[in-house]
Design a protein around this ligand. Structure first.
Ligand code: NAD
Length: 252
């Protein structure tokens, strides 16, 4: 541990699994006090218990990012527990496969509600707290699917493109207040999302051959990117995309 976010207060969504769980561990190991939110509170409690048993400052809260009122209470709990927030990681997200004609209203509303509206509600609720902290860093987890297309996942692609675009807008609006806003665009990362696609019989593993590094990433490799953007090491970065994909979209 080198204390790269020592003394800062962070809120991470979707923290019960995958990249969110890795992000709360890495941020806490590097000195942050962390509020960990997830819609699956029982699972989150288990993840957080392990970290607190190692002496790390992490508090679990139930948070559905698609519920604006939930955000108000999350910020209140964060400030009462640790003080004003200076790091927000909008990580919670869901993937659904249907393409354009196959996407029904319920799938569209669900994916856009969590992935896109959730990021908007999060930034809107947390920015006043970051202002009280005197500035900070917001990291929105988008995806390479917000940059390039695939044959499926219309609502997912749409929502992730929106996250990248909102990130740049917010960066322009809040730069003068020293609030930096960047996105991380993961490639294929070994988490529950990928495990689900594998269990549905998808030929996901064949995609590794198209990645220059010839493998999928780990949740911790994404968390290291989050740490960089959360810390002062990225002090002149805002409105940027950090693509962490093993070179997947660099190859022709
Ligand atoms: N795994 C990949 O290959 C990949 C690639 C690119 C981007 N991403 C993005 O990375 C982020 C994290 O994904 P992951 O792979 O770690 O997924 P994951 O399924 O392992 O974890 C997602 C977590 O979010 C939580 N969640 C779902 N809906 C929520 C809601 N409404 N409110 C709060 N929490 C909610 C889930 O309970 C779960 O704990 C997502 O935004 C995802 O779209 C994933």
């Amino acid at each position: 541990m080198t204390g790269r976010v020592q003394g800062k207060v962070a809120l991470v969504t979707g923290a019960a699994s995958g990249m969110g769980a890795a992000a709360i561990a890495v941020l806490a190991e590097e000195g942050a006090s962390v509020i960990a939110g997830d819609v699956d509170k029982a699972k989150l409690d288990g993840v957080v218990a392990e970290l607190t048993s190692e002496g790390l400052a992490v508090t679990a809260i139930e948070l559905d990012v698609a519920d604006p009122e939930g955000w108000a209470s999350a910020v209140r709990v964060a400030e009462e527990t640790y003080g004003p927030l200076s790091i927000l990681v909008n990580n919670a997200g869901i993937y659904r496969t249907p393409g354009v004609e196959e996407t029904d209203q319920a799938v569209w509303d669900q994916v856009v509600g969590v992935n896109q509206s959730g990021v908007f509600y999060g930034m809107r609720a947390v920015i006043p707290s970051i202002r009280r902290a005197g500035g900070g860093s917001i990291i929105n987890i988008a995806s390479i699917h917000g940059i390039v297309g695939t044959e499926v996942g219309t609502a997912y692609h749409a929502s992730k493109g929106a996250v990248r675009s909102m990130t740049k807008q917010a960066a322009c609006q809040y730069g003068p207040e020293n609030i930096r806003v960047n996105s991380v665009d993961p490639g294929i990362i070994e988490t529950a999302i990928v495990a689900d696609l594998r269990s549905q019989g998808g030929a996901i593993d064949e995609l590794a051959q198209f990645i220059p590094l010839k493998r999928f990433g780990s949740a911790r490799e994404i968390a290291k990117g989050v740490l960089f953007l959360a810390s002062d090491d990225s002090s002149f970065m805002t409105g940027a995309d950090l693509v962490v994909d093993g070179g997947m979209i660099a190859i022709q």
